[in-house]
Design a protein around this ligand. Sequence first.
Ligand SMILES: [Ca+2]
Ligand SMILES: [Ca+2]
Ligand SMILES: [Ca+2]
Length: 699
Amino acid sequence: MAKTLRRLLCVFTVCLLTFFIFIHPAISDESANEEIPLNQYGIHSTNPYVVDRFIENGKSIDEVIVPGPPDPPEGFVRAEVANLPVPDIAAGTNTIANVPAMTWVFGCSATSAAMMFGHYDNRGYPDMYAGPTNGGDFPMTNAAWGAVVINTETRALCPLSATRNGLDGRAIKGHVDDYWIKNGNTWPDPFIGHWAEHTQGECTGDYMGTNQLQLGNTDGSTTFYYYTNGSPVYDYTAPAGHRDGGHGLKLFVASRGYTVQASGLFNQYIQGQGTNPALGFTYANFKAEIDAGRPVLIQLQGHTMLGYGYDDPSTIYIHDTWDYLDHSMTWGGTYGSPSMQHMGVTVLRLTASSADMGIAIAGSPSSVIIGDNVTYSITVTNNGPNGTTNVIVTDALPAGVTFVSATPSHETCSGTSTVTCNLGKMNNGSTATISLVVTTTAANAALTNTASVTSDSTDSTPANNTATACTVVNNPVPAISSLSPSSAAPGGAAFTLTVNGSNFVSNSTVQWKSANRTTTFVSSTQLTAAILSADIATVDTAGITVTNPTPGGGTSNTSTFTIAIPPPDSGGGGGGCFIATAAFGSPMEKHVEILRDFRDRVLLDYSAGKAFVQFYYRTSPPIADKIAQSESLRFLTRLGLMPIIGVAYLIVNFGALATLLLITCIILTLIFSVRTARRKLRCHHRFNFEPESLDIGQL
Ligand SMILES: [Ca+2]
Ligand SMILES: [Ca+2]
Ligand SMILES: [Ca+2]
């Protein structure tokens, strides 16, 4: 019996524990709710805007309306304008940069959503706003769209929150025309019974159900659904005649061609606002969204704002839909005074937009001469499926070119060694071009220039994100215009030859009679070359050329260098007749002139003569110096030169043959005369003639 009692007690204990573990929270929910007074809609809630509570799939759901006042409530005091800290996640603070701030545009929830999608429009999702303002890039405020007076109320405008006929180029009725009468108005929407409802699209208000009485919203209101216990409600499809504002966000995203991550859309009470204290969205959860670059809708009792930053331990930064400024509040606390309790969030996580960016590059012309410009035509294409933002083309210029200009079809380029062009936003299927001009500075058989493209979106095909153009940069054909010097005396020393001309390059080579000589590049119009003493050992002419190597290149015209006896007035005694000048005292003396004529008109016509002249000029100057210093030597030299001068005179004036004949005749005459004289002498001996009386000069 006692054993049975122990068993019963044990079973009872287990049942009791099971009851408390699994059943008690629900009881706790109910009892907790019932401790809370009924709100204006007869619901046990501290939130006066919970309009209904019902069970679905075994869970209790709150239907919450957000009336979203167009202006801060009467006497409302907000916290001071926040100075955003510099993002530093490790230090416990972060903000998402450049989140638009808007004033209230036909519903705070639609306005907050428009700020969020406006942000995404500039961060990889450019189709979120595709209107004409600001080139289709959603601006940082809605000031550009101005305001309008409707039924005595002045209302700010923004087509991303609420479309309207005449706004932002729209020529048909839109959200405001069909659904809006006056803030808080509960009348049927204006289009009902009067005109056909516009096709919903392009604005958050359409999809979120804002202002639409047939979806249970009075003017200015949007509805959201929350699990009472604080767990998230994923993409909730509301009962007929109702619309969850969160689900509306997803519908809007789909209408713009983008998608939401799995479980990437939910409404959730923050921790402490649901019936289960263990459940609810936390400050840490919010920080994770901000760190991922995702703004979060902050739901207050009666108002929606956009949260985009945090600062530990519990400050969050928000745009409150009432001005363009940064504000802050404490996570889970109240906003302003009279206070609006922070009660929930709506989280949206977009799937990364996908844009296959492609780039092509073509250099023109494909073959140039060094110094010419090459124009690279860079074409960037967004092959989709989404539009994208922050399209950046990078081109690190190769060696051998210098930057001239970079002209993009839109936006800007910068840099001269690495050219960076920020092309900004590119819609699906759109194309942008960049014209990049460089000057070639070095020959290159394959000048390769590579450009690459990146964007904010995921790229399904990275292989086409880089492209290369190949250009042949040829050396020009050189040309010689002059040489300095252009001649030298034979037997001179090695010297530096300056070659003037054009199209010379750093590796041009000077040739002497087709043989390379050590060459120094001075400029594109001047080279110098080391000429050897052996090159000018003898009287000669040498063809000078310049060769540029491949690619391209070639050999110049030939310029002639002369190795010759210096002209008469170029120094040396007597026009080069050193000994004769010393002997006769003047280079203009007529005997010297005869010798000079003989040299120039006879000797230099023959190679043996040239050789003799060269030999003479190398050896005669010191001898001439000695002769010039002694009168007797000068006399003897004059005497010795006389036969040579005579022969030279004859050859110059009568030719070599006539002179030879004449000399032969003279010699024969002399021989004949001598022999005749000898015969007479022998006769004289025979007839006793005196030999002393013989005068040969008389013969
Ligand atoms: Ca856009
Ligand atoms: Ca309405
Ligand atoms: Ca690609």
